[in-house]
Design a protein around this ligand. Structure first.
Ligand code: PGA
Length: 233
């Protein structure tokens, strides 16, 4: 199972270093794959068990792209995993389908592992499961599903940071369909916390979780990792 933590725009370089030192101690013998995505200023070399990924990248090795980082900046830290298509980038930073697809193309050529986020808003969820799946399918239309080194993160927008989650049946239904469509592992994200993670990870088609708020404290995130170990399929 994969347990990934997305810090978003939280934590400094120093805070991330302290967090990682604490987390390393708590999860060193875990059988789960543990990944954290700190902000760009806090990306750093892996200490041991916990992999460091990056929340975003511009599709370039380097160049004149003010405010962005590219391949050269992450290679220095041996980073091999990138989060793409997060709904906050799509909706707040106005990232287009086309730019997301360019990023996917560029970083799949570079053989990075891609955690590709998809997810519907509440209006689509309320129009029913068929509409939800149609929407998610469209978010994958420009993505090369033959690329091997990527996983899907199913993150309903209305579940992110809200404390709401779909029912377990709804999570399983969508995860199963996404898995069938793509042949990839599917993570679930959106208000995952120690209290609900066992049930979510027990769903047959769910291969991991992407955690925002509940990843910010090392002891709480370690709790999630421990529960993942117990569920381990
Ligand atoms: P949350 O965020 O766990 O705080 O809901 C999840 C995410 O945005 O990846």
């Amino acid at each position: 199972l994969i347990v990934a933590g997305n810090f978003k725009t939280f934590k400094t370089r120093k805070g991330t270093r302290e967090y990682l030192e604490e987390l390393e101690k708590l999860v060193s013998d875990s059988k789960s794959e543990v990944v954290v995505f700190p902000p760009a200023t806090a990306i750093q070399d892996r200490i041991e068990k916990v992999e460091i990924g990056t929340q975003n990248l511009y599709p370039t090795k380097n160049g004149a792209f003010t405010g962005e980082i590219g391949l050269e900046q992450i290679e220095e830290f041996g980073i091999k995993t990138v989060l793409l298509g997060h709904s906050e980038r799509r909706d707040i930073l106005n990232e287009s389908e086309d730019l997301i697809a360019q990023k996917f193309r560029f970083y799949s050529k570079e053989k990075l592992r891609i955690v590709f986020c998809v997810g519907e808003n509440l209006e689509i969820r309320e129009s029913g499961e068929d509409e939800v799946f149609k929407f998610l399918q469209n978010q994958l239309i420009n993505i090369n599903l033959d690329y091997e080194n990527f996983v899907i993160a199913y993150e309903p927008i209305w579940a992110i940071g809200t404390g709401f989650t779909p029912t377990l049946e709804q999570i399983e239904t969508i995860a199963k369909k996404l898995k069938e469509l793509t042949g990839k592992d599917v993570l679930y994200g959106g208000s995952v916390k120690p209290e609900n993670v066992a049930d979510i990870l027990s769903q047959k088609s769910v291969s991991g979780v992407l955690v925002g708020g509940a990843s910010l404290k090392a002891d709480q995130f370690a709790k999630i990792v421990k529960i993942a170990d117990e569920v381990s399929k």
